[in-house]
Design a protein. Structure first.
Length: 93
């Protein structure tokens, strides 16, 4: 199975594209605050999954890094639920 046909790679690719579309739709303040770290974590996850699928000798390390990127994404995406209120409070201060 090639890396392009692998379900894990396909899911990561779809996730990366969805994250990028989501961040691009945000107002500039939210995009600066959380957008760049979210896109960076999504791309890191995508890259590490690709490395794990293409290079078997580097698979264990790449999957650990992919897991770290996924954990970072979970935290950052959890913050996005609160981002509009935080930005409004910051603008009023």
């Amino acid at each position: 199975m090639s890396r392009v046909d692998a379900p894990l790679f396909s899911h990561c690719d779809a996730l990366s594209r969805a994250l990028l579309r989501r961040v691009r739709s945000w107002p500039p303040g939210a995009a600066r605050l959380l957008g760049e770290p979210i896109v960076a974590a999504g791309l890191r996850l995508h890259c590490e999954v690709a490395v794990a699928l293409v290079f078997p000798d580097r698979r264990a390390r790449a999957l650990r890094r992919a897991d770290e990127a996924a954990a970072r994404l979970r935290v950052l995406l959890g913050l996005t639920d609160e981002a509009p209120a935080l930005l409004d409070a910051g603008a009023r201060a």
